[in-house]
Design a binder for this molecule. Structure first.
Ligand code: A3P
Length: 307
């Protein structure tokens, strides 16, 4: 573990970049007790994971819209949440109503848990397949992911550099959970051995009902067409943007952070489109991204078309 940028360390052979507080929680993450009944959402940050969490949670909980008024962070927590905060300054139990470890262990079954960790940093019982939870992973193109991450880091991590510098950090794998392709491929390479369903942000944009059907089938749930219609509306961009349970406003309120996210053009549920990067990146940046993707996919059978 080496400190690579102020506040960040590099971990493991894929040089995964993580906040320095990772080290304190490394053991908890390695030894976390997985259950066969658990459902994991594993993906890079900013790929549409909140959207997917809300979909999965409702499918698993028999479309309990009343229950879905509880904040998503408590219904479908992030396994590594403690690594983002200095627990001597911020007490995240204020949000979860309990010590984080007690809280996550006691989630009602089936537990829905999200993680942005590289495969090699996940709980051992997932890696060695001694437990066989269902895993869903969402893929979004790295250019849109990077733009989305930029606005997020400006709001939540106090990023003050330029967009150009941010793109370079993204390409160099120097942002939390980077390098992007190392994380994506670490999950992709497990698809034969573990129970993983890959879905795509672009498919959710183009045909959400089909993705809902596919995910429901994977999770062994049946939803009739009327209910699919209602869920599609609930998951629309406009409805999610207005829904305080899924945007991060309660988090900001709990910790009295000095942002008014909902009013800001950089709000957490921000723009929600495919290829938005084309109006944010220069041609030169776009070419850099394409070249970097080609280089990173050499020797891999990862195919954006079929994920
Ligand atoms: P943008 O910043 O491009 O708008 P994550 O939840 O993994 O952090 O991903 C956040 C991205 O998902 C944001 O992208 C956000 O707007 C988008 N998103 C959230 N809910 C969405 C929805 N219902 N429809 C489309 N995009 C959505």
């Amino acid at each position: 573990v080496t400190e690579v940028r102020k506040g960040f360390v590099e971990v493991g052979s894929d040089n995964v970049c993580l906040p320095i507080y990772y080290e304190k929680y490394e053991k908890f993450l390695n030894k976390f007790e997985v259950r066969d009944s658990d459902i994991y959402l594993l993906a890079h940050p900013k790929t549409g994971t909140t959207w997917t969490q809300e979909m999965i949670w409702l499918i698993v909980n028999n479309l309990d819209y009343e229950g879905a008024r509880q904040i998503l962070l408590n219904r479908f927590p992030l396994l590594e949440a403690p690594i983002y905060v200095d627990d001597e300054v911020v007490d995240i139990s204020a949000l979860h109503g309990d010590d984080f470890i007690t809280f996550i262990n006691a989630l009602p079954e089936p537990r829905c848990i999200k993680s942005h960790l590289h495969w090699s940093l996940l709980p051992e019982q997932i890696q060695n397949r001694s437990k066989k939870p269902k895993i869903i992973s969402i893929f979004r193109n790295p250019e849109d992911t990077c733009v989305s991450f930029y606005y997020y880091c400006k709001l939540f991590e106090g990023y003050r550099g330029t967009f150009e510098e941010f793109c370079d950090l993204f390409l160099a794998g120097r942002l939390s959970h980077g390098p992007f392709w190392k994380l994506v491929l670490s999950l992709w390479n497990e698809r034969e051995n573990s129970n993983i369903l890959f879905i795509k942000y672009i498919d959710m944009k183009n045909d959400l009902p089909s993705v809902i059907r596919k995910v429901a089938q994977f999770l062994g749930r049946n939803i009739d067409e009327d209910h699919i219609d209602k869920l599609t509306k609930h998951l629309s961009f406009d409805s999610m943007k207005k829904n305080p349970a899924v945007n991060l406003q309660p988090l900001l309120d709990t910790f009295a952070l000095p942002h008014n996210l909902m009013m800001d053009e950089g709000a957490f549920i921000r723009r929600g489109i495919v290829d938005g990067y084309k109006s944010e990146m220069t041609m030169e940046q776009i070419q850099k991204f394409k070249k970097w993707t080609r280089e990173n996919l050499v020797g891999s059978d990862f195919d954006e078309e079929v994920v």
